[in-house]
Design a protein around this ligand. Structure first.
Ligand SMILES: N[C@@H](CCC(=O)N[C@@H](CS)C(=O)NCC(=O)O)C(=O)O
Length: 235
């Protein structure tokens, strides 16, 4: 992998919770599946905070990586960004920020009804709407959702493109993971708020860690891992 993710923690702390996002393949494989060749149209990118976007981009180029958007200010803002692609074609946005212990800072997913998604992530996941921005010129609206300010916490960047109600989710992007205090209550809240539980809450055979899995109204998957059980696993 040209972008050295080994130095980037895969868990991103959000208050007492965390989010990780996985791409199946090199780091995560289902038994018997050796190819995840469909990125789909719904997954946007992972955001990675770096202190010098230009320097990072030069390094990526020197290692033969693909840069799809040269460094420069983000549309309608001043943050210096760039886009690069990993060898499977998954996009990573590099965002110029000060030092952070948690550089994996965004997961961008496209959604078909922004208000529906905002309500869902607020009510079912307890996230806050941190920021919403409409871009009539380029016909999209984004909503940043998370558990704390963007500079310090990983966030979900939900993107609505005017008139697009559905996306193909491909077969590579897997899920975000959140660590609640009570996966049973989480599953109840998700059901009430229009999400679909795909794995009922309970201990995983063999390791006893309690988890539940759901899909949001667009079909994006999230796994919830009991906070205390997770910490025990790390011991
Ligand atoms: N049609 C776009 C809308 C989203 C979009 O353009 N987002 C902005 C970030 S807020 C972006 O990617 N900007 C790249 C740039 O500024 O070059 C999509 O679905 O990816």
């Amino acid at each position: 992998m040209f972008l050295d993710l080994s130095s980037i923690p895969v868990t991103v702390t959000l208050c007492k919770r965390f989010i990780i996002a996985k791409i199946r393949g090199e780091h995560y494989r289902d038994y018997g599946v050796n190819k995840y060749d469909d990125i789909g149209t719904g997954f946007g990118h992972f955001g990675v905070a770096v202190e010098d976007v230009m320097k990072t981009v030069d390094l990526i180029k020197a290692k033969g990586g693909k840069v799809t958007r040269e460094p420069g200010p983000v549309k309608g803002g001043s943050t210096i960004i760039a886009f690069v692609e990993d060898p499977d074609g998954y996009k990573f946005e590099l965002l110029e920020r000060g030092p952070t212990p948690e550089p994996l800072c965004q997961v961008m997913l496209r959604v078909g009804d922004l208000d529906r998604s905002i309500n869902f992530y607020k009510k079912a996941y307890g996230m806050e709407l941190l920021r919403k921005r409409d871009d009539p010129e380029y016909k999209y609206t984004i909503a940043m959702m998370g558990y704390g300010p963007e500079g310090k916490n990983a966030v979900l960047e939900l993107t609505y493109n005017y008139g697009v109600k559905e996306y193909d989710k491909g077969n590579g992007y897997a899920q975000i993971v959140i660590r609640p205090d009570d996966v049973y209550k989480t599953a109840e809240a998700i059901k009430v708020c229009g999400g679909k539980i795909t794995l009922e809450p309970g201990p995983l055979p063999g390791i006893d860690t309690k988890i539940t899995v759901c899909v949001d109204p667009d079909g994006w998957k999230s796994a919830f891992v009991d906070n205390v059980d997770f910490l025990k696993e790390l011991e």
